[in-house]
Design a protein around this ligand. Structure first.
Ligand code: THU
Length: 133
């Protein structure tokens, strides 16, 4: 089955319902599409030690990677305040996504524009920067 943008956003919306976010009360859901057409979803998972919190985007990509996937085409993100207000992936998530596809497409619930990850993170830290290490 071919998924379009709205299908992926719908999956992100569904995923946010599983958020564990008792500290912020802010739910986030993500759905990532692999090269071979599979979708993995994720939600934010908070911790009383706040820094241990995992964002929805990283939950989704980590689930996909740990099931054997390394090629990703698109990711959709939804939150408690969508579609009234779109939210964009945080810096850590952008860097994690860039590890696997610097040009991944980003769909944000509430924003009709589809972004390229390279627009949102034009200069990720990458292996070329470590070349004389
Ligand atoms: N959060 C995400 O899951 N993804 C983002 O892109 C931004 C922030 C989560 C982390 C935390 O649980 C809550 O939103 C408030 O920051």
């Amino acid at each position: 089955m071919l998924l379009n943008r709205d299908d992926l956003i719908k999956k992100a919306r569904e995923a946010k319902e599983f958020a564990y976010s008792p500290y912020s009360n802010f739910k986030v859901g993500a759905a990532i599409l692999t090269e071979n057409g599979e979708v993995f979803t994720g939600c934010n998972i908070e911790n009383i030690s706040y820094g241990a919190t995992n964002c929805a985007e990283r939950t989704a990509i980590f689930k996909a990677i740990s099931d054997g996937n390394k090629s990703f085409k698109e990711i959709a993100i939804s939150s408690s305040i969508a579609p009234e207000k779109p939210i964009f992936p945080c810096g850590i998530c952008r860097q994690v996504l860039a590890e696997f596809n610097k040009d991944m497409l980003i769909h944000v619930d509430g924003d009709d524009k589809t972004y390229k990850l390279s627009e949102l993170l034009p200069a990720p830290f990458d292996k070329n920067q470590m070349s004389n290490f």
